[in-house]
Design a protein around this ligand. Sequence first.
Ligand code: CO
Length: 150
Amino acid sequence: MAVYKVVEAEDDILRKNAKEVTKIDRSIFKLLDNMKDTMYEYKGVGLAAPQIGVSKRVITIDVGNGLIELINPTVVEVEGSATEAEGCLSIPGVVGDVPRPTKVTVRGLDRNGQEVEYNAVEYLARAFQHEIDHLNGILFIDKAVKLRKD
Ligand code: CO
C-alpha cells in the first residue's frame, strides 16, 4: 500500500495538461495502485494522477459502486445540465456549485489496454468530468458559480 500526499491547488502540476499514456507498463500499474490507495485513504470519490504529482492522463473513481480505473479518458458525448455541489481533495474545505452535463459517455483504456466505454449519469457523470478536467489543468473552482467554506 502506498498512500501519497494529495497535492493542493497552489501546485503548478494541477494547472498542466497531463501527458497521454503511450505504453501501459508496470509503472502505470503502480500508479493506478497508488492512486487507488490514496483515493480510499482520503475518502475521495475520484482522483487524477496529477493530484499525486504525476502528470499523466490517468484517473480513478469510486462513487460507491466499485473501482473504475481509466487511462487516457475522453468525454465523447454529453447531455443535459445541472448545477450541483462539488469538492476536491486538492482544495480542502471548499465546496462549490458547478454546472455540468448530467449524462456523459466516456472512453478510455483499462489497465489491460482494452478500450472501455462508460455511459454515466448524475453523480458518476459529474465525477468523470471533474477528474478529466484535472487532466486538462482545470479545477472545479474555475467552473463554480458559487463557492463556500465546507
Ligand atoms: Co478534484
